[in-house]
Design a protein around this ligand. Sequence first.
Ligand SMILES: Nc1ncnc2c1ncn2[C@@H]1O[C@H](COP(=O)(O)OP(=O)(O)OP(=O)(O)O)[C@@H](O)[C@H]1O
Length: 289
Amino acid sequence: MDITFKQVDYTYQADSPMATLGLRDINLHFKSGTYNAIIGQTGSGKSTLLQHLNALLIPTKGEVVIGQQVVTPQTKNKELYDLRRKVGLVFQFPESQLFEETVLKDVAFAPKNFGKSVAEADEIARRALRLVGIAPELEDKMPFDLSGGQMRRVAIAGVLAMEPEVLVLDEPTAGLDPVGREEMMTLFAKIQSERNLTVILVTHQMDDVVRYAEQVVVMEQGRVLKTGQPQEIFADIPWLHQHNLELPSTGRLVQQLQQQGFQFSQVPLTVPELLAQLTPQLKQVVTYE
Ligand SMILES: Nc1ncnc2c1ncn2[C@@H]1O[C@H](COP(=O)(O)OP(=O)(O)OP(=O)(O)O)[C@@H](O)[C@H]1O
């Protein structure tokens, strides 16, 4: 599903003395089936923007077009039922929202709620559980008897069981160890390609942005500062510093190598790119010595 923001403002507590502008003049396009990342400092508006993707918040000015659905300040809640089914939102620490007495019931809750029979909903739930790597023998356990990583997978299966076309991920690997993070990110990439989903990921992990995102959106103070491919966003190290944005790990290494006199025509974003530029220079050093 294509998603377009047209001149969107969002004001918290509009028409009150406490009014705070959360988003200002957002113009953005997320192409159907692509993997997008949103980055920016704390308070830059990332979560506010995400909540517009399934109309948890609706713009106070402008419009958001999600597939066929146009959401404007006048849109009524009852018009948004279909949209909410098509856009799955994985919040930070989604496991905190598990509530049913068994794993299977928890995952089957959404499809039942959206009108499927019990048998159909259970079948959809089992498919989603297999996709996230939860074995059949865990289906009858209480969610809270599982490990933290398994609970998170169950919560994600609950979102996938809605069979969404768009998957919105708000720091989905927060609190996981490096192995758990890697597994989770690989899982999202697999789901995206298998189900041809549009993915929109908010993260502070720049290595994940470089590895997975086709488009990166940089936010600052409620505005979009820049959009582009990772190569365009991470090419300018002084610009990243100026806006307090982290570098991917290769970027940090490149900085140290530059201080030692090594030169890079463009900032390498992956280890193979780094090696391709570094190896000839290392050979020269060895030759001179
Ligand atoms: N419920 C709220 N009421 C009033 N202001 C809010 C509310 N939620 C967020 N804001 C304000 O809106 C702005 C954008 O906040 P938002 O949470 O979208 O940023 P963020 O980039 O997601 O931050 P973080 O990385 O910490 O999650 C901030 O100035 C914030 O203080």
